[in-house]
Ligand binder design. Sequence first.
Ligand SMILES: O=C(O)C(=O)C[C@]1(C(=O)O)C=C[C@@H](O)C=C1
Length: 310
Amino acid sequence: MSDSYSYLGPSGTFTEAALAQVPEAAGKPWRSVNNVGEALDDVVSGRSTAAMIAIENSIEGGVTATLDALANIPGLRIVGEYLVKVQFVLVARPGTRLQDVRVVNAHPVAYAQTRRWLDAHLPTHGHIPSTSNVAAALSLFDSELADAAVAPPQIVSQGEFEVLAEGISDNANAVTRFVLVSTSTALPAATGADKTSIIAELPADRAGALLELLEQFSTRGVNLSLLQSRPIGDALGRYRFVIDADGHVTDERVADALLGVRRFSPGVIFLGSYPRADRVPVEYVARYDNEVFIEARDWLRGIVSGEPEL
Ligand SMILES: O=C(O)C(=O)C[C@]1(C(=O)O)C=C[C@@H](O)C=C1
């Protein structure tokens, strides 16, 4: 396996900024790719050790291409989580004025994060999707199809751009969450500030199935930070759920919740347990402590093996 890291390029993307936060990636070769599928294919084929991919942002929610790829490509594990503050500018070729802009080049996720600004200031604009924020801006010099591009503010260091507007995100505090994905099945050690990600299908045509899925977590005192439905794709109305739960799979309450999910769901994918980007320790009430689960298990084991109850 090659010891390189794949990321959505070219250089200058937010994805590259996320990869720069990974100490193990420092000094290793980085492979710039054109989309999430290519990044994950690098990992599965062994061309790269790991890939950095955007999974969620605070304006648009889940990055659907990522959530679906994680569900459909077997053997992937999330090994780390990273946050990047995202801000966007509208750039154009030198001499362009805002009122000249008819067509905007933008990565679909960046477009969704700036749509309110674009609709307010360029109400009749057309949109050409681009493979990344940086690619959107650089393509202005290769093709005249678009008049402007949505790009990260640092893009000005990569060419002679006319900055038509700054701060065009629909939320000034926008943050994108990235995950580092590999095929390694070695679990990152529990830190007390961890997250566990799974994807679970619901049993078909069962009233209250979603409630039952959520109960697996609530009855073990496990908080969820993401619950996103995605179509399975084989029929209308069939959904799988991407779930982020607070805690590590070696925490008894999380392990017990996953056993419950596994018993109930016709399809569960374990995506990984890894340290939270914000390193904030997981809070839970004392009755869901590891010791409480262990004591209860020992008690039952004693009964089954015929030990006298104390
Ligand atoms: O990494 C980049 O710069 C990208 O263009 C990708 C991406 C994404 O896929 O979400 C990254 C961060 C922003 O939320 C918008 C776009």
